[in-house]
Design a protein around this ligand. Structure first.
Ligand SMILES: C[S@@+](CC[C@H](N)C(=O)[O-])C[C@H]1O[C@@H](n2cnc3c(N)ncnc32)[C@H](O)[C@@H]1O
Length: 296
């Protein structure tokens, strides 16, 4: 029987050939994580056991997980978790897998919370389209001076946010609400964050199958232009923001100028002077996160 190292190498090659892994490093990492899930070992233990023959029961469970991955089920769904901003979020079908670029929004929001005139008291934060709760719960966990409303139109997604809220012990400062955009919010918001769907309908069909066929369409597709839902949020914003407010939005590649114009126009038309606009780039250099402040 082959040793574990060979089994993992073969699995990595299979994942790369089926386009479920990008390159040798990614294939190897995925194989190790899947074997860890199948065997109950952590990654260090999997690597340390490389010269051993895998137990038949572990091998059988591993093959079943590999088949799911080869069938384009997201790795995070199979493992049931994804690391985001230093915490392990539970995820599964029904919620978007949090992406590393979304950590830019958390950074910008935490800076706005620190610099907000209410920072010594309570800063009211909203995360609209919360999914797993990635943005809102990360803010609540890092900034004890916040109360955070996490809303989503999908009650399935909110169930994941609820699991994560309880896992991180944030029930006393987080409110979960189902609803369209800001409709469920009944207090003025100081820091408004949203990572809403922004992929144009025409581009949606061309997405990789692990996104298009597995993650919820409602979490990804943003209508004909891609920014229709963001546009509606901008229309509703004025009625829900406090006097000193920051708006932090994730956008798709190439959408930044368009969305910045929408947000700035919505605020200035409402008689709110814009005091700061900043475009934060993600690790690939794409202008990904827009931050606009008014009143501070
Ligand atoms: C791109 S996902 C982001 C999930 C999470 N915030 C994250 O960054 O990982 C967009 C989320 O917005 C939700 N959504 C879509 N349309 C919405 C609407 N009109 N009102 C509120 N939430 C909406 C989807 O259900 C999904 O959970």
């Amino acid at each position: 029987m082959s040793d574990l190292r060979t089994v993992l190498q073969d699995a990595a090659s299979m994942l790369i050939a089926g386009h479920a892994a990008e390159d040798a490093d990614d294939g190897r990492l995925q194989a190790e994580l899947l074997y860890g899930k199948a065997s109950g070992l952590d990654r260090a233990q999997v690597i340390a056991a490389g010269a051993d023959a895998p137990a038949p029961a572990h091998l059988e469970a591993f093959r079943a997980l590999l088949e799911r991955r080869a069938d384009h089920e997201p790795l995070a769904y199979i493992l049931g978790r994804r690391e985001f901003y230093g915490r392990t979020f539970l995820v599964g079908p029904g919620c978007l897998v949090p992406r590393p670029e979304t950590e830019e929004s958390v950074e910008a929001a935490l800076a706005a919370v620190r610099e907000h005139p209410q920072a010594q008291r309570l800063v009211r934060v909203a995360d609209i389209g919360t999914g797993s709760g990635a943005i809102g719960l990360s803010i609540a966990a890092h900034a004890p001076n916040t109360k955070v409303w996490c809303t989503d139109v999908s009650s399935e997604a909110l169930q994941w946010a609820g699991k994560n809220m309880r896992r991180f012990g944030l029930e006393d400062r987080v409110v979960l609400q189902t609803g369209d955009l800001l409709e469920a919010i009944d207090e003025p918001i100081d820091v408004l964050c949203a990572n809403l769907p922004y992929v144009p309908t025409l581009d949606y069909e061309g997405l990789p199958p692990q996104i298009r066929d597995r993650e919820p369409r409602i979490a990804v597709e943003g209508g004909t232009t891609g920014i229709e839902i963001i546009e509606r949020l901008c229309d509703q914003m004025d009625a829900h923001l406090s006097e000193h407010a920051a708006v932090i939005l994730e956008v798709g590649a190439g959408q930044m100028a368009w969305v910045e114009d929408l947000v700035v126009t919505a605020l200035t038309d409402a008689g709110r002077p814009v005091t700061k606009t900043e475009q934060h780039r993600d690790l690939r250099g794409i202008r990904r996160c827009l931050e606009v402040r008014t009143g501070f």
